[in-house]
Design a protein around this ligand. Structure first.
Ligand code: AMP
Ligand code: MG
Length: 419
C-alpha cells in the first residue's frame, strides 16, 4: 500500500472553497501506485504507466483506400485513359509483377501497391471495356485513394503518453502498433462500506423504518466507472467499536476506504470517533450544497473518505472529490477539451451566496440549436429520482445570488464527470 504522510489531510476548521479542496487533493503527497501488466483485451479504463512508442509504421506499407484500379499517374495522358488490366492485388495477397505505362491492376481495399503505382481509381468510377481494358476517369489527382506508409503513425513516434486513460479508441491504436499487453497503473483498491442500523441489502424483507442500502450499490458502480477496483465490505452497524475494527481490518487490503453516512453530529454518528481512534481524521467543511462536511483522513497508510449518508449528497461528493483523488493516485493526465458547457436556464431561483451549489440538471437542444438546462423540481438530498432524471449537474458559482429564466448557466454532463 502507498505510504501517506501523516499530515496529508490536515486542515483548519474553517470553511474552504471547492477550489481549495481540489487543490488539497491535487497536492497530496501520495506515492504512486505500482504498475501491472494488463492484456490489451482487458485494458479499457486503465491508465498507462509509461509512454508508448511505436516500433513500426502504421500502415506498414502504402496501400489502397478503396476497391478499384491502381496505376502510375505519370503514365496517364490524353490518349491513355484506357489502361490494360494485367493482374490483381488483394489485402494479404499482393501483385508480384511490374505495372508498366498504359497498364493497371485491379486492387482491393488494404492491398499494397506494386512499385511505381501511386494512384487508384474507384471501381464505381471506371468502365470495364473489351479485351481487359479499363477506362479511368480523367478527373483524378495524383495519389488519389492511396494511403501512405506511416500516415497514421511513424516508426519511433510517441503514440500515447504515460497517464493516458485507455478508451476504446486508445485500445484500437495500441493494437494497431502490435501491443498485446500494456504496462498500466494498478487500479486503486477501494474498500466500500455503508453505515446505519436502518440499512438493509436489497433482496431482504423490510422491517419498520428500514431503508434499502442504495449508496453502496450506487458508489460501487460509480467508483468502478471512475477506474477503481472495489471491495464490498457491506453495512456497518452504528456502533463505534464495530466500525473501528472493521475499518482497521480493511485498511490493510485497500488504498482508499470509503464510507457513507454516520459522519454528522448525531448520537448515532460513530464513524468520526472510530476513525479518530484508529487513525487521523479531519473534516473539510467545504462551502457546497449538497454536502455535509466531507471527512478525510487516514488509517495506517490508507486514505479514508467519509461521504454524507444522503444518497444525492453521497453521489455528488464522490464525483466531485473521489474522482479527482483517483485521478491523482493513478497520475492520470486530464483530457483536454470539453469539461462544462453553458446553456440557458429554463428555471429561476434565488441562491444563497458564498457556497457552490450542484443541482441535478438535464440539458437538451432547443429547436434553434441552443442548449437549454432544466433543474429537477425537488432539491432534497434524499431524492434519488433527481439523479436518475438528470443527465448531469448544474454548477452554480459561489458568488451567484439569483438565476432568471434564460440566464447562461454552467452544466457538467455525467459523461464528463465520470470520464
Ligand atoms: P446519516 O448521515 O447516517 O445520518 O444518514 C443521513 C440519511 O441518509 C439518513 O436518512 C439515512 O437513512 C440515509 N442513508 C445513509 N446511508 C444510506 C445508504 N447507504 N443508502 C440509503 N440511504 C442512506
Ligand atoms: Mg446513519
Amino acid at each position: 500500500m502507498p505510504r501517506l504522510p501523516n499530515d496529508c489531510f490536515a486542515i483548519s476548521s474553517e470553511m474552504i472553497s471547492v477550489g481549495e479542496a481540489l487543490e488539497k487533493i491535487a497536492s497530496l503527497d501520495l506515492p504512486g501506485l505500482p504498475s501491472v501488466s494488463v492484456p490489451l483485451w482487458d485494458a479499457e479504463g486503465y491508465i498507462l504507466y509509461s509512454d508508448i512508442h511505436s516500433s513500426i509504421n502504421v500502415p506498414q506499407a502504402g496501400n489502397s483506400a478503396v476497391d478499384g484500379y491502381a496505376f502510375a499517374f505519370s503514365g496517364l495522358g490524353q490518349e491513355t485513359y484506357c489502361l490494360k488490366c494485367i493482374g490483381r492485388s488483394a489485402a494479404g495477397d499482393p501483385f508480384k509483377g511490374v505495372v508498366k505505362s498504359g497498364e493497371c491492376i485491379k486492387i482491393f481495399t488494404g492491398a499494397i501497391l506494386p512499385d511505381g503505382c501511386d494512384t487508384i481509381a474507384m471501381i464505381e468510377d471506371c468502365a470495364e471495356l473489351e479485351g481487359e481494358l479499363v477506362r479511368i476517369p480523367e478527373s483524378l489527382k495524383k495519389g488519389a485513394n492511396f494511403r501512405q506508409a506511416g500516415e497514421d503513425i511513424k516508426a519511433g513516434q510517441l503514440v500515447l503518453k504515460a497517464g493516458t486513460r485507455l478508451r476504446p479508441q486508445e485500445i484500437g491504436q495500441l493494437a494497431s502498433i502490435g501491443k498485446a499487453d500494456i504496462e498500466a497503473v494498478r487500479k486503486p483498491v477501494i474498500g466500500l462500506f455503508s453505515t446505519g442500523d436502518e440499512l438493509l441489502d436489497p433482496g431482504n424483507a423490510v422491517f419498520p423504518g428500514s431503508v434499502f442500502d442504495s449508496n453502496r450499490f450506487m458508489l460501487n458502480a460509480l467508483l468502478r466507472k471512475c477506474g477503481a477496483d472495489v471491495i464490498d465490505f457491506g453495512i456497518l452497524e452504528d456502533e463505534q467499536q464495530a466500525v473501528a475494527s472493521a475499518l482497521k481490518k480493511a485498511a490493510d487490503q485497500c488504498d482508499i476506504l470509503v464510507t457513507s453516512g454516520g459522519v454528522s453530529m448525531g448520537d448515532e454518528d460513530h464513524v468520526k470517533a472510530a476513525v479518530e481512534a484508529i487513525g487521523s481524521l479531519n473534516f473539510w467543511r467545504i462551502a457546497i450544497k449538497p454536502g455535509r462536511p466531507l471527512a478525510m483522513g487516514q488509517i495506517a497508510n490508507t486514505a479514508f473518505i467519509g461521504l454524507p449518508g444522503n444518497p444525492v449528497a453521497s453521489m455528488v461528493c464522490a464525483l466531485m472529490f473521489i474522482r479527482p483523488l483517483i485521478r491523482r493516485m493513478t497520475r492520470e493526465i486530464e483530457a483536454s477539451g470539453l469539461k462544462a458547457v453553458m446553456g440557458k436556464a429554463r428555471f429561476s431561483m434565488i441562491k444563497k451566496p458564498g457556497r457552490r451549489e450542484w443541482l441535478r440538471g438535464r440539458a437538451g437542444l432547443s429547436p434553434d440549436g441552443s442548449l437549454f438546462i432544466e433543474k429537477y423540481t425537488s432539491d432534497g438530498s434524499g431524492i434519488i429520482s433527481s439523479l436518475t432524471w438528470a443527465n448531469g449537474i448544474i454548477e452554480l458559482p459561489e458568488n451567484l445570488e439569483q438565476i432568471k429564466e434564460g440566464d447562461p448557466i454552467r452544466f457538467l454532463s455525467f459523461t464528463e464527470l465520470f470520464g
